[in-house]
Design a protein around this ligand. Structure first.
Ligand code: WT7
Length: 651
């Protein structure tokens, strides 16, 4: 990547300041927090670690920093489960809803903090009775049901690090993760519901366990039941409900060292082997608790819905640990947004009077494509704050979210962070920072990002470069499980003592951060750097376009040319004149340099199960190579169909 000026930018001039009404009631509305944190970030984090968490014992040292190794709150003792459950169950919140759950078929359950307290203790006793000890890894492969959270919290309670594997992953992916973590116990379910069909979790688990040998015990929650039977291996497999019948009611929360491992979470990197991101207890809980409280302005009367699955870091930090640590009420929905119909999310918002919604741009673009008639069918007036995470949100989607979901009144927090960062890093504080559609705005107080060029120099205003974090922060990953070299190599070798995010970004004249996508998605056309994201934004800005993915392809003259894969909205015709119109539109929005060389119409894009477009595969298609690793795709047939279609088209 050549960090030269990006001279062709989508100009976004709209600014949305916080409303007086929002500011008046906000958890934090004094901009002085930014200066306070900048003056002494250790003191800032220490103050909030103390205020927002329960500690059995206080730390003696706030931070020990030997790059790339950080230790926070050294000597402190706490328990993540105690913070999320016990301390609320000991107050009036005992009878407050902790989880409001809805299954895809329409079944409903509400668990109060008191319920959670009882279930978690019982399940922790189950784990203990099966021989799970502090430090043992427990793998969780579950549908999005309350028991997934109960299992996580029970592990945290007894100090057994969990490794949650997304229920949409295959048996092979599960096996890789079990093997790498050497998990001793696997917690799963007979199955889960997805678009009316059963996801055969137990069958996948059985396949996975044939490939690995560390797991001695399997606990199976009966989610489907009825006629749906699964194989239970004598001596190895146990039903959750049977074990729970005899489990004692109380189990003390183990005082954990601040730096004890809370969990592992596998994420993909640039190579095929997934990385086991490690998070420890004190720093992680500080990061997620404070960000949940300030970014989402969480209050006791809120109904907070993070639509992520617990299989991703967003589910860990903002469906389980962050909101529960704050004593919030959380909605959890098991299924797909378009089942039985495309208004399911809005029906849920209306039914439970959701006040805060946190979802992903890919979902928002799908909603846009389906049309505003679906949200319009429902009363969304309970919403007061919206969030976005996972990829840059294009201004078009931001505006649609703002207007059609937020009714023009809800602030939008576009939150940039990563599995590795544990908690939100760049985001507006909704009562302090005016938002601009498409910008994640400012670093959270106590977080220090910078944008550097290849030489490690800070780039100028509006110049693209590498996004890095220059100082340690409490919830940063402590490393990669079993692979310290890769940890250093991936994140700490580009710049000395500085965390390399792998993302490109620029900062505008107001100091706002604009994320430009992964640096490997940055393309260089005739020596001009362009972000695939910018071109996509311009395409999606066209009224005929629902979704677009842009890649750089080899070009004899320009070095790289631009290929665009475009999904058009219903009612438009995929023809040559539309191709020309789209190319023209991009040229007009950004500049002639960004004009796509090729436009391909497609009905689908290859996406990972977390919704990220796999541009690497598009590049393979466009450059006529054999397809690389497709195991993380949500639907591998999409890419094969696209390849065939591509090869049959002119451009
Ligand atoms: C990568 C991290 C963090 C939870 C979900 C993804 C991209 C994430 C944003 C955002 C622009 C974003 C980055 C980052 N990303 N949020 N608000 N704006 N880009 O976690 O799977 O670890 O992915 O997602 O590229 O590096 P993840």
């Amino acid at each position: 990547m050549q960090p030269t000026a990006i001279d062709a930018l989508l100009q976004e001039t709209r600014v949305f300041p916080p409303s007086d009404e929002f500011v008046k009631r906000a958890n934090i509305s004094d901009p002085a927090v930014y200066d306070e944190a900048a003056r002494d970030f250790e003191a800032f984090w220490a103050k909030h670690a103390e205020q927002c968490l329960h500690w059995f014992e206080k730390w003696h040292t706030v931070l020990e920093w030997n790059p790339p190794y950080a230790k926070w709150f050294i000597g402190g003792k706490l328990n993540a489960c105690y913070n999320c459950v016990d301390r609320h169950a000991q107050t009036w919140r005992r009878n407050k809803a902790a989880l409001i759950w809805e299954g895809e078929p329409g079944d409903e359950r509400v668990l109060t903090y008191g319920d959670l307290h009882r279930e978690v203790q019982k399940f922790a006793n189950v784990l203990k009775s099966l021989g799970v000890q502090k430090g043992d890894r427990v793998c969780i492969y579950m549908p999005l049901i309350p028991e997934a959270a109960i299992a996580m919290l029970a592990c945290a309670r007894i100090g057994a690090p969990h490794s949650v594997v997304f229920g949409g992953f295959s048996a092979d992916a599960l096996a890789d993760r079990i093997r790498d973590a050497q998990a001793k116990v696997l917690i799963t379910a007979d199955g889960g519901w997805r678009r009316g069909a059963i996801v055969p979790l137990k069958r996948n688990a059985d396949d996975a366990l044939r490939q690995t040998d560390s797991v001695q015990t399997v606990i199976v929650y009966q989610r489907i039941g009825g006629d749906y039977t699964v194989n239970m291996q004598e001596g190895r497999d146990h039903w959750w409900h049977e074990l729970m019948q005899t489990a004692p009611l109380t189990c003390p929360a183990e005082p954990m060292d601040s730096e004890d491992l809370l969990y592992l979470l596998y994420t993909s990197g640039s190579t095929g082997k997934p990385k086991g991101i490690m998070h420890t207890t004190g720093g992680y809980m500080t990061g997620v608790t404070l960000t949940a409280k300030w970014v989402f302005d969480l209050k006791d009367e809120d109904v907070f819905w993070c639509t992520a699955d617990v299989g991703w870091v967003t589910g860990h930090s903002y469906l389980v640990y962050g909101p529960l640590s704050n004593g919030a009420t959380c909605v959890m929905y098991e299924g797909a947004p378009d089942y039985p119909d495309r208004d399911r999310f809005w029906a849920i918002v209306e039914k439970y009077r959701v006040t805060i919604l946190y979802t992903a741009p890919t979902a928002i673009r799908a909603f846009m494509k389906w049309g505003e008639q679906y949200p319009r069918k429902h009363d969304l007036s309970s919403l007061r704050l919206l969030g976005s995470v996972g990829e840059p949100i294009n201004p078009e989607a931001w505006m649609w979210y703002h207007e059609h979901i937020g009714g023009g009144r809800c602030p939008i927090v576009d939150t940039w962070w990563q599995t590795e960062t544990g908690a939100i890093m760049i985001t507006p504080l909704p009562s302090i920072v005016a938002t601009k559609p498409g910008s994640a705005t400012k670093p959270f107080p106590g977080i220090f990002p910078a944008i550097l060029n290849d030489k490690g120099e800070t780039v100028g205003t509006n110049q693209g470069g590498y996004l890095v974090i220059t100082r340690p922060w409490p919830s940063m990953t402590r490393g990669l499980w079993g692979d310290p070299e890769r940890f250093v190599q991936t994140y700490w070798s580009k710049y000395d003592g500085i965390y390399f995010t792998g993302d490109g970004a620029r900062q505008d004249e107001d100091g706002y951060f604009w994320l430009l996508g992964r640096v490997d998605d940055v393309i260089n056309v005739s020596g001009h750097r362009l972000s695939t994201m910018e071109v996509e934004s311009a395409l999606v800005d066209h009224h005929a376009v629902a979704e677009a993915a842009v890649i750089g392809v080899h070009h004899e003259i320009k070095g790289q040319g631009i290929a665009a894969f475009v999904i058009i909205k219903e009612g438009y015709t995929a023809d040559e004149s539309l191709k020309d119109a789209l190319k023209q539109h991009v040229a007009q929005k950004i500049g002639a340099i960004a004009r796509p060389d090729q436009v391909f119409f497609t009905a689908d894009l290859p996406k990972t199960r977390s919704g990220k477009i796999m541009r690497r595969l598009l590049r393979d298609i466009a450059e006529g190579r054999a397809l690389g690793d497709t195991t993380t795709l949500a639907d591998p047939s999409v890419v094969q169909a696209l390849k065939e279609k591509y090869e049959g088209q002119e451009e």
